[in-house]
Design a protein around this ligand. Structure first.
Ligand code: HEC
Length: 102
């Protein structure tokens, strides 16, 4: 009984499109948006997984990196150009990028 109710709710969300509002993972956001610069180091961006490039940035603390991701820093555009990303999604994406540089 409970299970079928859940399924009905899930179907309803799919049908209404509200499932699109579900939070994306940091990896999803990274691959959809940030990769266009951070995969190659375009415009001087720290490359994903490049420990030497990330170490001095990580040393500034997570909050500083969150702020850079939300507001932009030099050639890094605000929200990394992901206009429809929530603050939470952007923070998870920063966490994902940090995790790859450790
Ligand atoms: C248009 C290219 C571009 C895109 C797209 C982009 N970045 Fe960046 N990013 C940069 C550049 C360039 C820098 C280096 C800025 C500097 O320190 O001069 C940077 C730096 C950063 C930093 C380090 C900031 C700091 O304070 O040291 C973080 C974190 C970051 N980007 C996160 C993201 C996230 C998350 C996304 C995707 C949502 C993203 N970026 C998309 C170009 C980009």
């Amino acid at each position: 009984m409970k299970k079928s109710l859940l399924a009905a709710v899930a179907l309803g969300m799919l049908a209404s499109g509200s499932v699109l509002a579900a939070e994306r993972s940091g990896e999803d956001v990274y691959k959809a948006t940030c990769t266009m610069c951070h995969a190659t180091g375009l415009a001087g961006s720290p490359k994903l997984g490049d420990k030497a490039a990330w170490a001095p940035r990580i040393a500034k603390g997570k909050d500083a990196l969150y702020t850079s991701a939300l507001k932009g820093i030099r050639a890094m555009p605000p929200r990394g150009t992901c206009a429809n990303c929530t603050d939470g999604e952007l923070k998870k994406t920063v966490d994902y990028m940090i995790s790859k540089a450790k």
